[in-house]
Design a protein around this ligand. Structure first.
Ligand SMILES: NC(=O)c1ccc[n+]([C@@H]2O[C@H](COP(=O)([O-])OP(=O)(O)OC[C@H]3O[C@@H](n4cnc5c(N)ncnc54)[C@H](OP(=O)(O)O)[C@@H]3O)[C@@H](O)[C@H]2O)c1
Length: 214
């Protein structure tokens, strides 16, 4: 299986990339982002694209799945800027994959509470992103994690989250006991993405329980 990963320099994408690299059924991974990862692996190739709404220089031919883990926190962002990264980048990748391989799988990391009619700006933007991805001629799946435990050295690119994780990581067993339906790990997300790419899933929208079950 050949897969594409967006956002592999981030916390979720790092975890997803790791699972792809260790899975013997994955033969090739194309990491797409705005800067090089600085990593070497026999399965890994990279495409550095300065403007991720223009993927004309990247060849998606022959790939079976795209795991889209790129995203930002909406904190301090205007709706237009947040929509540009959240909606425009994601749909550019989804449309391109649908064009070259409508049998392919596309997984998108949105978040718990995503709702196209929600009160919060981020949840509406992610909700519309999800809906438009689900309407594409593709096998699209929406991953809606809540709290994510970083594994195997995965680190957030967002300073605020890095600080929060310093506090929360040791409390993970407790968080898991108090809110088992809201927690998952970068490893479980990666494994679940691979599972839906290989076998599909009856659920198109996956909360942390569904992610962990996969
Ligand atoms: N972390 C959580 O607990 C959590 C929970 C629920 C949902 N999520 C969602 O999961 C997704 C990934 O989160 P994360 O924690 O992995 O975030 P992260 O560690 O901050 O990583 C963000 C990724 O997106 C890329 N990116 C951000 N802005 C970009 C831009 N303007 N152009 C190109 N690439 C850009 C980053 O690339 P650079 O390295 O080039 O900056 C990086 O690869 C987000 O949509 C987030 O909302 C996260």
């Amino acid at each position: 299986m050949k897969v594409i990963v967006f956002g592999a320099s981030g916390m979720v994408g790092y975890g997803v990339l790791r699972e792809c690299l260790v899975d013997p059924e994955v033969t090739q991974v194309l990491a797409v982002g705005r800067r090089p990862l600085g990593r070497e692996h026999e399965k890994l190739t990279e495409a550095v694209v300065p403007d991720l709404t223009d993927l004309s220089t990247v060849d998606f031919t022959g790939y079976d799945a795209c795991f889209f883990c790129l995203g930002v926190s909406s904190a301090g962002m205007s709706e237009a800027d947040y929509r540009h990264i959240t909606y425009d980048f994601t749909l550019a990748a989804g449309r391109k994959l649908a064009e070259v391989n409508p049998d392919a799988t596309f997984t998108y990391v949105s978040g718990m509470g995503t709702d196209p009619n929600g009160r919060q700006m981020w949840s509406r933007v992610k909700g519309r992103t999800e809906n438009d991805l689900l309407a594409l001629p593709l096998h699209a799946y929406m991953f809606r994690p809540g709290y994510i435990q970083p594994m195997y050295g995965a680190t957030s690119r967002t300073t605020l989250y890095r600080v929060l994780y310093k506090v929360l990581v040791p409390l993970y067993p407790l968080v898991k006991r108090i809110a088992p339906g809201a927690v998952t790990t970068t490893e479980q997300i990666g494994l679940a993405m691979l599972r839906v790419a290989k076998n599909g899933s009856p659920q198109k929208i996956l909360d942390p329980r569904a992610i962990n079950a996969l």
